[in-house]
Every structure is written in C-alpha cells, then in structure tokens.
Unconditional design. Structure first.
Length: 486
C-alpha cells in the first residue's frame, strides 16, 4: 500500500470518528430534558467523579436533574408519580450480586414483586415488626445491653455490642434467635455485611458509569470478592432455613422463616408467592437483612457520636428523660410524644449524617413531566438524599447540627418537607417504623443510665463519613460512666 493510500484511510477514519461524536452530541431525542452538567463526548461526566459520590453528584446536580438533588424534585417524581418511578433498572453491579434481581429491594416493579412485598410486610408484622409488641423484645435486649455496659471499664467501642443488640431484634423476628455480644461467628457475619455494602457500592461506581471497566483486573477481583461475600451470607441464611425446615411443626409458626416455609409447602409452590426456590428465599432475606443489621446500627453510631460531640445535646436529652420517664422504669414507646427534643435529635442525626447518602437507583416507566421537564422512559433516576438534606435553600444552615430545627417555638415536634431519610414513594423503606422504635428505646435507655464522653487524652473523632451504600462514621471509643446525678 502506498503512503498516500494510508493517509487517506487515516483521514477517512478520523472524519468518520468526529462525525460520530458530533452526531452523538447533537442527537437529542428529548428537547426538554432537565438541566445538567456538560459532560465530555463518550466519557460524559466520569472525569468529574472522585471518591465521595454523594458530594460529586451534589456539585454536578444542582437544581433538577435526573440526579434528583432537591426535595421538590424528589417529591414531584418519586412521591407524585409513585408507580411510574417505582421500577428498578437491571444495573450491572446488582447483576453481579443478584443475577435474577430477586427480593424486595432489587426486584423490578412487577405483579410478582408486589405480591412478594405484600407477603413480606404481612409476615414481618405478625412477629411484632410494625406493632407495639416489638417493644417488649427491644426492652429485653436493652436490659442485657445495660448489664453489659455496667461491666465496662475504660474507653470502649460501644457500637460492637450495640450493633449486635439491634441486630438481635431482627434475628428474633426472622429466626427466633439472639446472639451474645461476644459471639465471634455473628460478629463475622456483621463484618461480612459491612464489606458487602462497601464493595457493592464500589462496584456500582466501577460498572454503572462505564460498563467496559468490568473487564479491568481490579474490577474482576472486586466482583469475585463480592460474590464470595454473597455466598457467605447465603450460607448463614441457609443454615437457619435448613434448621427450621428440620424442626417445622404443622400449624406452629415461630417466626418469619416458618411463615415462608408454611406458605410454600413441600413442593415450593404458593398461591401468593408462585414458585419459591431456595435461591429466591436467600435473596429475599438478603434484601432486608443488611439494612436491618447495618443501616440501623450505623445510624445509631452517628447518634451516639453527635450526642457526645455536642455535650449540650446529651444534657438536654437526659433532662427530658429525667422529666418524662424518671429512673424507676425503662422507657417505652408511649413516652415518645412527650419527648420532642429527643425525637428531634434522632431526626437531626438522620438528616445531618446522610446515613443513606444516595437512594438505590429507580427507573422511570414512561415519559413523565416533572416540574416542567421531561424525564424520559427507562431513564435511571437517582435521588441524592445527601444533597436534599444539605440543601441551603431548604434548611438555611444545613452544615450545623441543630435538633431544634425540628421543633416549633413552643417546643413541639415538627416535620420538614425536605426531611426524607427513608426516601418517599412506592419503594420507600420497609423498615422505617421498626428503625424509629429501636432508636428511641435503645437511645433513651442508655442515656437514662449512663453519661458518655470521649477519652480525654485523644483528639476528637472525625465527623466525616466513609462512603458506601451507608455513610459510615469512623470507629471511635467512648467512656461509659454510670450516672451519679440521678
Ligand atoms: C435508619 C435506618 C434505615 C434507613 C435510613 C433506611 C433507608 C432506606 C432507604 C433510603 C431506602 C430506599 C428507598 C427507595 O428506593 O426509594 C430503603 C429501602 C428499604 N429498606 Fe430501609 N432503611 C433503614 C432501616 C431499615 C430496616 C431496619 C429494614 C428492615 C426491615 C429496612 C428494609 C428496607 C427494604 C426492604 C427496602 C426496600 C423497599 C422497596 O424497594 O420497596 N430498612 N431503606
């Protein structure tokens, strides 16, 4: 081939490539898309993303975008058009950990999913999940936690035992089983869940914005590791299910697992759940167990951290406890209404910490007009709950920890339209009521008996979270002192 021919081929290739890029940039099937950042050809906004996705998206997604960054945008889509925005896309990172997209949190919005969610809520409720009978279980667990705290000497990472105590509420509902605070096997499972949440979130970053990255060696390694964590969790669930199957008595329902086993019968067919393979069962447990034993305790870790970091808060909560509950009985749920400051502190913690910074991705089922813009069918919609909770327009001083923002002039508890830590709409959190009950009872029972402080000889812990599905407070130790001002 002569040199001039080679040059012509290269020129044609360059012109074709540039034409393709110009065509891609100019091709706009929708004229009325929400405003968004100007990305680069082919790679879009990837070069603008660093490690803390919720902060990057907050910068990129000012105003309305398909990254929903304001409460108005979230309400006008996820809440107003609940069923239109209730679908979940088949994201590549979920495909790694849940290839059939089974389970409440990952499943697409279908008739099967609706039946399964209805069944799950009903089954969880019958074990006190949504009702006040859960109160007794939480109080029993808290009594054990208090005994444990009384034996502590010197600075301690109290969250290890608090996490197990809060997880026990869920394992009692699911498996009729509680674990001791030094149970290494269960501590290992909790650690596995933490790593699973972190690695799955990292896979989302790796794969969703540029799927070709799935072939890179370190992403392949992460996929393999995340599958290994998945298996470990499913082995844990499977051992409980097998134990229940072996001891199942007709007409006797001990817990959630028994409810499902009775429902599906021996041929694994149910009128409500259809064919329910063991695999499906594992993924169903997997779809709410991590939230219950990770998100709720992680929120509690933030709550204790802020309580000690802002000593006025600890004093005010203790004063309210002394006033309303006293010291001769454990706190109960009926005390909640009379304790607005304590409730406001819990709410401010969920806002300020941004414990679930980015909502799981939703998918729009049809072209929809939202606040005057078109959200196209099948597009991924991500609510940046961090941005919603740190929007200066909505909150005035979002970077200040101030529980009083949830109280009116008379001190009554008030809500705020931009407050949505459990998300809103058809896919909002199934565990909201349980989590709120746990926070109130565990928090008030601990502050009723103990005062917490940071070890005097160490620097104050950081308030910056580590990014994952949940934003985690770094480990910290507290001194636990029995209250003498009682
Ligand atoms: C402070 C604690 C918790 C927070 C902040 C939280 C937050 C959330 C958020 C933001 C979502 C996503 C909603 C959406 O996609 O729009 C969610 C979904 C979900 N949560 Fe929680 N959660 C918490 C505790 C729990 C607990 C204790 C459970 C246990 C049962 C649970 C079970 C679920 C389930 C099953 C879903 C999926 C719902 C669906 O897709 O329909 N969560 N949660």
């Amino acid at each position: 081939m002569v040199a001039s021919e080679s040059i012509s081929i290269v020129l044609v290739a360059v012109v074709a490539f540039l034409t393709l890029i110009i065509w891609m940039v100019q091709r706009r099937p929708y004229r009325n898309l929400p405003p968004g950042p100007k990305g680069w050809p082919l790679v879009g906004c990837i070069p603008m993303l660093k490690s803390d996705l919720h902060l990057d998206l907050q910068d990129l997604g000012k105003g309305l975008n398909i990254i929903l960054s304001s409460h108005r945008a979230v309400r006008a889509s996820l809440l107003k058009y609940g069923s239109v925005f209730a679908d979940k896309p088949a994201e590549p990172h979920i495909e790694v950990v849940n290839p059939h997209f089974y389970g409440t949190i990952f499943g697409p919005y279908s008739e099967d999913w609706k039946m399964e969610k209805k069944f799950t809520i009903k089954a969880l409720r019958s074990f006190g999940y949504g009702s006040t009978s859960i109160e007794t279980n939480i109080q029993k667990e808290v009594t054990k936690l208090i005994e444990h705290f009384e034996s502590l000497k010197g600075p301690h990472d109290i969250m290890k035992s608090v996490s197990i105590a809060m997880s026990n509420i869920m394992t009692l509902i699911l498996f009729s089983r509680r674990y001791d605070y030094d149970d290494q096997g269960f501590l290992d499972i909790l650690q596995t869940i933490g790593k699973w949440m972190e690695n799955t979130a990292k896979l989302q970053g790796d794969l969703n914005f540029f799927p070709l990255m799935g072939c890179l060696p370190w992403v392949l390694k992460r996929k393999k590791y995340t599958r290994h964590l998945n298996k470990k969790l499913h082995d844990f669930f499977r051992s409980h299910v097998e134990e229940h199957r072996a001891t199942l008595v007709p007409g006797v329902t001990r817990d959630f697992v028994d409810t499902v086993l009775h429902e599906i019968g021996s041929d694994k067919m149910s009128s409500t759940l259809g064919y329910y393979s063991d695999d499906k069962f594992m993924y169903q447990l997997h779809s709410f167990f991590p939230d219950a034993v990770d998100t709720a305790p992680e929120s509690m870790r933030w709550l204790m951290l802020y309580t000690v970091y802002y000593p006025e808060t600890q004093k005010k909560v203790q004063a309210e406890i002394d006033d309303v509950i006293g010291h001769n009985r454990l706190p109960c749920l009926a005390d909640r209404d009379a304790m607005p400051y304590t409730q406001a502190t819990i709410m401010e913690t969920l806002r300020f910490s941004g414990v679930v910074p980015i909502n799981p991705t939703h998918c729009c089922l049809e072209d929809t007009e939202v606040l005057g813009f078109t959200i196209p069918k099948n597009v991924d919609v991500i609510a940046n709950l961090w941005a919603v909770h740190h929007d200066p327009e909505a909150w005035g001083d979002p970077e200040v920890f101030r529980p009083e923002r949830f109280q009116d002039k008379e001190g009554h508890l008030i809500s705020h339209e931009a407050y949505m830590p459990f998300s809103v709409g058809r896919r909002s959190c199934l565990g909201e009521q349980l989590a709120k009950k746990e926070f109130f009872l565990v928090y008030t029972s601990l502050l009723q008996r103990f005062t917490f402080s940071f070890p005097k000889d160490r620097p104050l812990p950081s308030l910056k979270g580590e990014f994952g599905f949940t934003l985690r407070a770094k480990d910290y130790e507290l001194c636990v002192e029995k209250r003498t001002d009682l």
